[in-house]
Ligand binder design. Structure first.
Ligand SMILES: [Zn+2]
Length: 340
C-alpha cells in the first residue's frame, strides 16, 4: 500500500509499504479516508521532534494520528465495532491507505461517525478535542475579555469552542501574523483581530479591553482587563521575538489566566515577575480526554462548529511532500488533509 514516510529533516516521500495486519485480538484495520497534518507532525518534519507520534516501517516513519475511514477488519476480541463502520480513530500511521488501530475501544480510541459527519470533518476531531481541552482549562465565563494568540487550527478551534459554549463574552480578540488566518478567526467568531506584524498588540488590547490599575502597587501602572489569554503559538524558532507566553502574562489582568498550549521549539529566557505580582494563573494544556473527543464529535454533528471551513487543502498521499510544505506555510493554509 502507499504511505507517506519521513526520510529525514524536511524530507518525506510516498513509499510502497506492507499493509498492516491484525496483530492483537483488540486491533482493527481502518481504510483511511482522510488524515490531517498536525502541528506536531510539522515539528517532526522540520526538526525531528516527537518520533513517537509516527509509525516505524523499513521505508521510514509514517506520520498521521488525526484520521477517519472505514473499518475493514476487526480482531476477535473487538466489541461494538464492525466491518464497514465509518470511524475516527486515535492511532499512529494514518497517512497511508490502511492503518492499524491497537486497543480499539469505542469511546476511547475509536468513535463511530454519525451520517451527518463527513470523513474530512472527522479527521479534525482530534485537534478540535485539543482545542476544547485548552478552552475549558481557561474556565471561561460570561462578560470576559479573552485573547487568543495564534489562529492556526488549534487557536481557531479554541475560538469555535468558546463560541459554542453560548456564553456572552465581552470580546474575543484573535492575534496572528497572517491576515488570511485572521479572516478565518473572524469567520469563526472572533470580535476583533490583530495582526502582530503591523500592530502593537498590547496597546491595541488595552484600548479594546480597557485597563485596570495594579491594585497592590498602583505606581507600577495598569494592565489590560483581559481575563484569559490562550497561547496557541508556543515558540517557533523561525519567528524570533518576544515569546507569546511573555506577552500573555504581561497582558493578563490580576489573577487572570493564561492557558499555554503551543509547543516550545527551544528554551526561553523569560521575565516572570509580572506573573508573580499579578498572581496570574498559568495552565498548561496538552491533548484531550475521551470526553473532549466525544464532545467534539457532537459539536461537529450538531453544527455548533464548522470544521469544513478550516480544511484549506486536500492532497493525495503521492503529494505528501507538497502537502507538508503547504501546511508549513502559515499564511497559505489552515488545515491540510491527506486523502490516501
Ligand atoms: Zn494532532
Amino acid at each position: 500500500m502507499k504511505a507517506a514516510c519521513y526520510q529525514g529533516l524536511r524530507e518525506i516521500s510516498c513509499e510502497d509499504v506492507e499493509k498492516p495486519v491484525i496483530q492483537e485480538p483488540t486491533d482493527i484495520i481502518v481504510k483511511v479516508a482522510a488524515c490531517g497534518i498536525c502541528g506536531s507532525d510539522l515539528h517532526s518534519y522540520k526538526l525531528g521532534l516527537f518520533p513517537e507520534i509516527s509509525l516505524e516501517t523499513p521505508k521510514g516513519r509514517i506520520p498521521g494520528h488525526e484520521f477517519s475511514g472505514d473499518v475493514v477488519e476487526i480482531g476477535s476480541a473487538v466489541e461494538g465495532i464492525k466491518v464497514g463502520d465509518r470511524v475516527a480513530a486515535i492511532a499512529m500511521g494514518g497517512m497511508a491507505e490502511y492503518a492499524r488501530v491497537g486497543n480499539a475501544f469505542l469511546g476511547m480510541t475509536v468513535y463511530k461517525l454519525p451520517d451527518e459527519v463527513s470523513y474530512e470533518e472527522a479527521a479534525t476531531i482530534e485537534p478540535l478535542a485539543t482545542s476544547l481541552h485548552a478552552a475549558r482549562k481557561g474556565r471561561p465565563a460570561e462578560g470576559q475579555n479573552i485573547v487568543v494568540f495564534g489562529a492556526g487550527i488549534i487557536g481557531l478551534g479554541i475560538i469555535q469552542c468558546l463560541k459554542a459554549m453560548g456564553l456572552n463574552f465581552r470580546q474575543i480578540i484573535a492575534v496572528d501574523v497572517s491576515d488570511r488566518r485572521l479572516d478565518m478567526a473572524r469567520r469563526m467568531g472572533a470580535d476583533v483581530t490583530l495582526n502582530a506584524v503591523r500592530e502593537n498588540v498590547h496597546e491595541r488590547v488595552e484600548a479594546i479591553a480597557g485597563t485596570q490599575p495594579f491594585m497592590l502597587m498602583p505606581d507600577a501602572g495598569s494592565y489590560p482587563l483581559v481575563d484569559i489569554v490562550y497561547d496557541a503559538v508556543g515558540y517557533i524558532m523561525e519567528r524570533p521575538g518576544v515569546p507569546v507566553f511573555q506577552q500573555a502574562i504581561h497582558m493578563a489582568k490580576e489573577e487572570g489566566t493564561v492557558v499555554v498550549f503551543g509547543i516550545f521549539e527551544q528554551n526561553l529566557n523569560l521575565d516572570l515577575s509580572d506573573m508573580v505580582t499579578k498572581q496570574v494563573n498559568i495552565h498548561g494544556s496538552f491533548a484531550y480526554t475521551f470526553d473532549d473527543l466525544a464532545d467534539s464529535l457532537e459539536l461537529i454533528r450538531s453544527g455548533k462548529v464548522d470544521r469544513r471551513a478550516l480544511v484549506s487543502h486536500e492532497c493525495s498521499v503521492d503529494q505528501c511532500k507538497e502537502a507538508f510544505e503547504t501546511q508549513a506555510n502559515f499564511d497559505g493554509s489552515v488545515k491540510v488533509l491527506i486523502k490516501p
